[in-house]
Write a protein that binds this ligand. Structure first.
Ligand SMILES: C[S@@+](CC[C@H](N)C(=O)[O-])C[C@H]1O[C@@H](n2cnc3c(N)ncnc32)[C@H](O)[C@@H]1O
Length: 318
């Protein structure tokens, strides 16, 4: 079994990428620092423009060889540096979409000398024409009213009416405000709904998703919930601890769901279950159990992970 799979390494992504064999990743889904001056407990978001763009080009060139030939890349950015970074990527890949994430921020305050920005810009890039893309996995069901309105004979049997419509390139999903049940203690945590859509569309079941900048671990969690594998990096040890908590909580939910499932094997192995429970309990945040809540919305994918492995202190592993 690979020693780099299903792990988040608490280290610099540029150094850590050497752990991953070339051509082994189906999807790079990453949310790097935007260089807007945020404090992630490191200086990654506070670089000069020249430094930031040089560093971005460096990690892009180190990460792209890890992709399989039919792999894809999604990168979260804002309007500030997406023009420069999209050009960099267009010199190396084919751009398929610019997705606008409308964060649905309520109209309070904001800039008085320009328009308030309420969106992130996501670039979707592929390596070659036969890239993996499963549209059916991310179709959005029509509501009953629309289906009824389309009940004329010309629509009967239309596949799209049954399976739903394909998502457009503006994704309107609320950001995770402080009270949101999914929210962990990370300033720029992304909603699972968005990340899971990308994973389902652009990584085959059982495939591998790489996120160089894990933050609170949303990509790892999404991969796991969708029955995919993951690997990634995060510099800040406090965020690494949050990732461990979120994954442990998810593992507990998976173990409980497996035990409760009527067609579950006669007796799920006690050891991993007990271990998962104990780990989740030990790791549970004392004040605000955001991590536990984060995993709650949906039962996890049925696929079981390998047993929890004791990791050296710098790693978060499942
Ligand atoms: C925008 S946040 C990612 C948020 C994440 N998508 C989530 O949902 O929680 C970027 C993260 O990259 C981390 N980071 C910055 N430079 C890094 C590096 N060289 N290697 C690994 N992680 C880094 C920061 O500490 C920060 O947590």
């Amino acid at each position: 079994m690979s020693d780099w799979l299903n792990q988040v390494f608490c280290e610099d992504a540029l150094a850590g990428l050497a752990r991953i064999p070339d051509g082994s990743v189906d999807l790079i889904l990453t949310d790097p620092p935007y260089n807007l001056g945020k404090d992630y407990g490191n200086a990654s978001d506070q670089q000069t423009v020249e430094e930031y763009l040089r560093w971005t080009e460096q990690w892009i060139d180190a990460a792209l060889p890890k992709l399989k030939p039919n792999g894809s890349l999604y990168i979260f950015l804002t309007w500030r540096f997406s023009p420069e970074i999209f050009v960099m990527l267009k010199q190396r890949m084919t751009m398929m979409n610019e997705i606008i994430w409308d964060r649905r921020v309520p109209s309070m305050g904001g800039s008085v000398r320009s328009y308030s920005s309420v969106h992130d810009t996501v670039g979707f890039f592929v390596g070659r024409k036969d890239y993996y893309f499963d549209l059916d996995a991310v179709r959005i069901p029509y509501d009953a009213e629309t289906k009824k309105a389309r009940s004329r004979s010309i629509f009967i049997g239309a596949k799209w009416l049954e399976v739903g419509y394909n998502p457009k390139d503006v994704w309107s999903v609320s950001r995770l405000h402080r009270e949101h049940p999914e929210r962990a203690n990370h300033p720029t945590q992304k909603p699972l709904e968005i990340i899971e859509r990308m994973v389902k569309a652009s990584c085959p079941p059982g495939g591998v998703v790489l996120d160089l900048f894990m933050g609170s671990g949303t990509t790892a969690l999404a991969a796991r919930r969708c029955g995919r594998q993951f690997v990634g990096f995060e510099l800040n040890p406090e965020y690494c601890a949050i990732i461990g908590e979120r994954l442990a909580a998810l593992e507990t939910i998976e173990a409980l769901a497996l035990a409760a499932a009527p067609d579950a094997p006669a007796k799920p192995k006690a050891k991993p279950k007990a271990k998962a429970k104990a780990k989740a309990k030990a790791a549970a945040p004392k004040k605000k159990p955001a991590a536990k809540k984060a995993a709650a919305p949906k039962p996890a994918a049925p696929k079981r992970s390998r047993a929890i492995k004791k990791a050296p202190p710098e790693e978060v592993t499942i």
